[in-house]
Design a protein around this ligand. Structure first.
Ligand SMILES: [Zn+2]
Length: 365
């Protein structure tokens, strides 16, 4: 039996390297899969469905490791040659089928070729795992080419289909799959997964704890989103910009139009720094990101949760928060129409300041 201690002295385990036990969260799904794997009764076609970035692909890799592991069959040890090669996408008994370009479709020719080839599987060991990622990319034609083998594959052949929602999946696929549901991770699980990822693949520059915390809060239960955000150094400048913009809105016109020397002016310069070429586009991008980040803060507060770190609430009550949200949506629309970014921001900050004064006056009345 493998235990967590078996990996002592090994290189830092990447997500999924140590089998199902190393997948964060999803206790119900993991228990269901572990039982089936240990009994050798895993359904031959599993549809792993849930939001993006919560660990579906990691789980697929862990299932493949459990099926191929030479040390802890049915569990995955994380250290044998099979487990390590699966974690590195180098195992001949696990193939990922994806569209040629993101957002594209899985071609019928590819599906036909796969269906023919699977008549001879398994090729390495006694299992062969085919992962469709995303399963939404399977066209009706491609699905039809695969239906027979999807319904009744050769012994040892397993299909793992990854999808964000059931409504994107053709009924002919759905009826042949067992469904395993994935929910959003909680913030602690996202933070732990982010920590795993930064250890497994250290970025060139260390990620400051403040950005990690911000990325976790922004990710809304998706570890994949948190990892992308944490690696984005420009997020720090946008976070500063949101704080400066919020302070300027509360302070009023003198701070909003105070020029480059004000905290807002300095944060704006830092967030939009770069060559003169492309400056308007860069300014619009900064203003868009400011709006997205501030809207996230407002969404959390409207839900009754804590806002972003170091950012005071833009309004005291729900009605005020919703009005601030409207001002930021209007700003986003102006930016989408290529309006001047600084002017769009100033207009939004004036409106937000007015909302704040009105809600203070309402509170006094
Ligand atoms: Zn192993």
């Amino acid at each position: 039996m493998a235990s967590a201690n078996d990996t002592a002295g090994m290189p830092a385990a990447g997500p999924g390297l140590g089998g199902l036990a190393s997948v964060r969260g999803h206790a119900v799904a993991k228990a269901q899969l572990a039982r089936a794997l240990e009994r050798g009764q895993l359904h031959h076609a599993l549809l792993l469905v849930g939001p993006r970035g919560v660990g579906k692909a990691t789980t697929a890799r862990a299932i493949a490791a459990a099926l191929h592991c030479s040390v802890a069959r049915g569990r995955g040890c994380g250290r044998c040659s099979a487990c390590q090669r699966i974690a590195a996408n180098l195992h001949a008994g696990v193939e990922w089928v994806a569209p040629e370009a993101p957002g594209g479709k899985i071609k019928v020719e590819l599906a036909r070729e796969l269906a023919a080839r699977l008549q001879l599987a398994p090729f390495e060991g006694d299992a062969h795992v085919v992962v469709f990622d995303p399963a939404e990319a399977l066209t009706e034609q491609a699905t039809n080419a695969l239906l027979k083998t999807l319904e009744e594959p050769r012994p040892g052949v397993h299909f793992l289909l990854i999808a964000q929602a059931l409504d994107g999946i053709l009924p002919t696929i759905l009826s042949r799959c067992a469904i395993v549901r994935f929910g959003r991770l909680d913030d602690d699980e996202v933070a732990a997964t982010l920590g795993d990822a930064l250890v497994a693949t250290p970025p060139p520059e260390p990620v400051p704890p403040s950005r990690q915390a911000l990325a976790v809060r922004m990710a809304d239960g998706s570890a994949g989103v948190a990892i992308t955000l944490a690696l984005d150094a420009s997020l720090d400048a946008i976070h500063d910009l949101v704080r400066a913009a919020a302070a300027a809105a509360s302070a009023g016109e003198a701070e909003i139009f105070g020029g480059d020397a004000t905290p807002l002016g300095q944060a704006w310069s830092a967030a939009t720094a770069g060559p003169t070429t492309g400056k308007p586009a860069r300014e619009r991008a900064a203003a868009q990101r400011l709006a997205e980040l501030w809207l996230l803060d407002l969404r959390e507060r409207i839900r009754g949760r804590a806002g972003l770190p170091e950012l005071p609430a833009a309004a005291e009550d729900r009605a005020g928060l919703l009005r601030v949200t409207e001002s930021l949506f209007a700003m986003q629309q102006r930016l989408d129409r290529n309006a001047n970014a600084k002017l769009s921001l100033e207009q939004a900050l004036l409106e937000i300041g007015a909302t704040q004064r009105r809600s203070r006056a309402d509170a006094r009345a």
